[in-house]
Design a protein around this ligand. Structure first.
Ligand SMILES: Cc1cc2nc3c(=O)[nH]c(=O)nc-3n(C[C@H](O)[C@H](O)[C@H](O)COP(=O)(O)OP(=O)(O)OC[C@H]3O[C@@H](n4cnc5c(N)ncnc54)[C@H](O)[C@@H]3O)c2cc1C
Length: 312
């Protein structure tokens, strides 16, 4: 009932796209999962404000800002709340305040930001070249690779908070960053972010970026039917090494299996379910726990509800 009221109100008030029971599968790299009860692509910031006000008036409705869906597994039953996805209006990059400060919209693909800065002799975003996420998702997740991460190059972000109904400018020091983690919640919508890069010879930056790209192509599967690293690396350890050492390369549950190329990537075959991925993650976690005495912590996020299964 609440969702019906909310859906109707959003349809009448927003200029952007509002859908009910909208399939999310194609909006994630895993290509799995069910629909969002309500799906919104706002037309502009005004729409986001209206959305926040409507959410406040109807009471408790779960929300999920969605980027490029490259770090998510959506439940086969879908997401029983509202998914908010920023579209092409939020995909832009511009130079700001001198040569090395750059601002990018939240929907900008990370490889685009890496290429744009490399061309201009700005160093610091090369690690983004093979991460198939958006600026918004990366700010939330503190995405990183090759020794770099967002917290090292971010100056700050503009964020719309769906509870306080206001745009907040948060500096990097206010985001409480640690390894693949920030203090942002599902009520914080990153609108855009500003980065401080170092000026360097453009050829050097490009060479470094190309070597990262080549290394990734050799050692990891591409962005189809997986969501990158499943587990965070424990301090001083590699999650992939632990999974491999437990003899689990190629291990599968239903249509989901541990990649033969990189043991911290779990692939979904055609016909796999999101529950298969969930079960595989839990089974691998239990087996690595028994083999190595280390509790791996998932880096990928499970959205919606999953059945708890007992480990074998
Ligand atoms: C092949 C492959 C390789 C990968 N390699 C890496 C890697 O090297 N390093 C790494 O860190 N990650 C890696 N990832 C994971 C993923 O790409 C990153 O976590 C990325 O930052 C997620 O961005 P996204 O836009 O896809 O976010 P989504 O997956 O859509 O969402 C992830 C989280 O961010 C939130 N979010 C998304 N957009 C916004 C927004 N505008 N405002 C607020 N919150 C938002 C979501 O609510 C969710 O909590 C890889 C994934 C794949 C498939």
């Amino acid at each position: 009932m609440t969702l019906d009221l909310l859906g109707d109100r959003l349809r009448s008030e927003l200029s952007g796209r509002v859908e009910r029971d909208f399939p999310l599968r194609r909006l994630t790299t895993y290509r799995l999962g069910g629909p969002a009860a309500i799906y919104v692509e706002p037309a502009d910031e005004g729409d986001i404000e209206l959305l926040g006000a409507a959410l406040r008036s109807v009471g408790e409705v779960q929300t999920l800002p969605l980027g490029r869906g490259s770090n998510l597994v959506v439940s086969d039953d879908g997401f029983p709340g509202l998914v908010l996805r920023l579209g092409a209006q939020w995909s832009w990059i511009r130079a700001e305040e001198g040569v090395s400060q750059v601002r990018a919209g939240a929907a900008t693909p990370l490889p685009q930001l890496a290429n744009w800065t490399a061309r201009r002799g700005l160093a610091g975003a090369e690690f983004m070249i093979a991460i198939p996420g958006s600026v918004g998702g990366a700010v939330r997740m503190n995405a990183g690779a090759h020794g770099g991460d967002v917290s090292k190059v971010l100056a700050g972000a503009r964020i719309f908070n769906l509870d306080r109904l206001e745009v907040e400018n948060r500096g990097v020091g206010q985001l409480d960053y640690s390894y693949r983690s920030s203090n942002l919640s599902e009520r914080d919508v990153v609108l855009d972010a500003s980065f401080a890069f170092d000026a360097e010879d453009a050829a050097e930056v490009r060479n470094r970026m190309e070597s990262f790209r080549a290394h990734r192509a050799e050692t990891q599967p591409g962005a189809t039917q997986n969501a990158g690293s499943v587990f965070k690396n424990p301090p001083g350890e590699s999650a992939g090494r632990l999974v491999e050492a437990a003899g689990l390369k190629g291990f599968s549950v239903g249509g989901a299996s541990v990649s033969q190329l990189h043991a911290n990537f779990f692939m979904a075959r055609d016909g796999a379910t999101a529950q298969d991925v969930y079960d595989l993650v839990h089974e691998v976690r239990a087996r690595v726990g028994r083999a190595a005495g280390i509790e791996l912590e998932p880096e990928i996020r499970f959205i919606g509800s999953f059945r708890q299964t007992s480990t074998r």
